[in-house]
Design a protein around this ligand. Structure first.
Ligand code: MN
Length: 289
């Protein structure tokens, strides 16, 4: 076994609002697609408290996506969505929405009516996973993965537990269907817990520290709302939590194709982006009912 060395630590990222519902920090974007391949973007909406409201729920109105997948993990609060493929529903704490936009989806993402009325704390991650060129124009697909469908692997020595959303850990497979090999693990660390996580050599690997200080590879201590990117070489990393901690681990096989992105469209060429804009404007990605 060899350790994936730390390549970069992203700290103190300024926040911005997505619509009026999601105060996020973009821990990386497709401006650095080569570094994070096969991942394109990660927005972390750290815990934020919203007052009860009798008005329209906050969120993001109708907008398109093409060429990739959006993976939304709810930690606190409740998210309601509706899309042009006819999917509609709400996901709450522990649930994951894995939406394959592929050839094109138009959707909206809002706080649920129930959450908006009650108010409370909202915490969510949205990760964009790229699709290989051969799948970018395939049919949209939607996976609603509920908390109870996600298997939990206990870490040795009471160090904590891992919810395996995608990929495999210690013989346990996550439920998410992916187009290329991807591991997505929601890791809870006990106070003082230490764990070594087995990973795949030559896969891109990053860690989002959501809560609690974690010491990574016995060298760097990383605090809330930070991201650690690792070298691809190596097949493990280690974590040690001071207090209780929560981290999201993402790892995947690089796709190795050109990435051209503009707003909600991520394709391989500039021409394909122009086509995406025309297709959206002409209603060829569908419309919300
Ligand atoms: Mn969206």
């Amino acid at each position: 076994m060899s350790t994936k060395q730390i390549k970069r630590i992203v700290r103190d990222v300024p926040g911005h609002w997505v619509g009026d519902g999601f105060p996020v920090r973009s821990l990386f974007t497709y401006a650095e697609a080569d570094l994070f391949d096969p991942f394109l973007l990660l927005d972390y909406a750290a815990p934020h408290t919203f007052a009860p409201s009798s008005g329209e729920p906050r969120g993001v109105g109708e907008h398109p996506h093409r060429g990739f997948e959006t993976v939304t993990i709810v930690y606190q609060g409740e998210l309601e969505h509706r899309d042009s493929a006819g999917h509609h529903g709400a996901i709450g704490p522990g649930d994951v929405q894995w939406m394959t936009a592929a050839s094109g989806v138009v959707h909206e993402e809002f706080h649920s009516q129930r959450f908006a009325r009650a108010g409370g704390t909202f915490e969510v991650v949205q990760l964009w996973v790229n699709l290989p060129a051969r799948d970018k124009m395939s049919a949209p697909r939607y996976q609603e993965i509920l908390d109870r469908q996600i298997p939990v692997v206990k870490l040795p020595d009471g160090a904590g537990s891992v919810r395996v959303i995608a990929g495999e850990l210690a013989g346990t497979k996550g439920p998410a269907l992916t187009f290329t090999p991807v591991q997505l693990w929601d890791v809870q660390l006990s106070a003082g817990g230490a764990a070594t996580l087995p990973l795949v050599d030559n896969h891109t690997t990053a860690l989002v520290v959501q809560r609690g200080d974690s010491t990574v590879n016995d060298t760097e201590t990383v605090a809330d709302a930070s991201l650690v990117l690792f070298d691809r070489a190596g097949d493990q990393i280690s974590l040690k939590a001071k207090g209780e901690g929560r981290v999201l681990l993402l790892s995947g096989q690089p796709i190795g194709e050109p990435v051209v992105g503009q707003g909600p469209f991520v394709m391989n060429t500039r021409d394909e982006i122009q086509q995406a804009i025309r297709d959206f404007q002409a209603g060829r990605m569908g419309r919300l009912a």
